[in-house]
Design a protein around this ligand. Structure first.
Ligand SMILES: [Mg+2]
Length: 185
């Protein structure tokens, strides 16, 4: 039981989401390359809007030397263009994973996203995402640090009875998780 729960254990969690993460403090710990999930983490599913507080924090991180690559399971090729547009908004790299290529949590999917960033190594790359079964499991398989954030989705009923229930059960199973460094707003 402990072993199966541990593969979903993030290094940190950020209860107030991406906007609250202190990327400067993380940079001082040797991290400077960011694999960033899209849906639920920086935008709502099917939406093209990144909330301003999230965009602002990511811009500040980029100004201080962070490189960012969006890594999103787009499922089908025609859904990839949305991820490209989100990357344009954030002025960052992106990889949309879709069939028949590897998708998260496959190590190859995250390695591909890492290869889009200059000098990304297992030691300096951080994964941030809202799903234990894709983002955090993938980061742990790869051997990189990770931050789990609660989804910014208004949660629809179908998700409440599937993904969110699974997430909440995993959170309970994981017990105490250290909080990510938080910036003063
Ligand atoms: Mg997500």
């Amino acid at each position: 039981m402990a072993r199966s729960a541990d593969q979903f254990r993030p290094t940190y969690w950020a209860p107030n989401g991406v906007a609250s993460i202190d990327f400067d403090a993380l940079r001082k710990r040797g991290l400077s390359r960011l694999l960033l999930d899209a849906d639920g983490t920086i935008t709502q599913i099917c939406k093209m809007v990144v909330p301003e507080d999230i965009a602002q924090n990511l811009r500040a991180a980029q100004d201080s030397g962070w490189e960012i690559c969006l890594t999103s399971n787009a499922h089908l090729w025609f859904m990839a263009s949305r991820i490209e547009k989100l990357a344009e908004i954030l002025k960052c790299q992106y990889v949309a994973h879709y069939w028949p290529y590897p998708t998260k949590p496959n190590r190859k999917a995250l390695k591909k996203a890492m290869s889009e960033m200059n000098g990304a190594t297992l030691g300096n790359t951080l994964m941030v995402g809202d799903q234990f079964g894709t983002d955090i499991l993938g980061a742990n398989r790869l051997g990189i640090l990770s931050i789990w954030v609660p989804s910014i989705e208004p949660i629809p009923l179908w998700k409440k009875i599937t993904l969110e229930v699974i997430n909440q059960r995993r959170l309970r199973a994981l017990g105490e998780i250290p909080e990510a460094p938080t910036r003063v707003c």
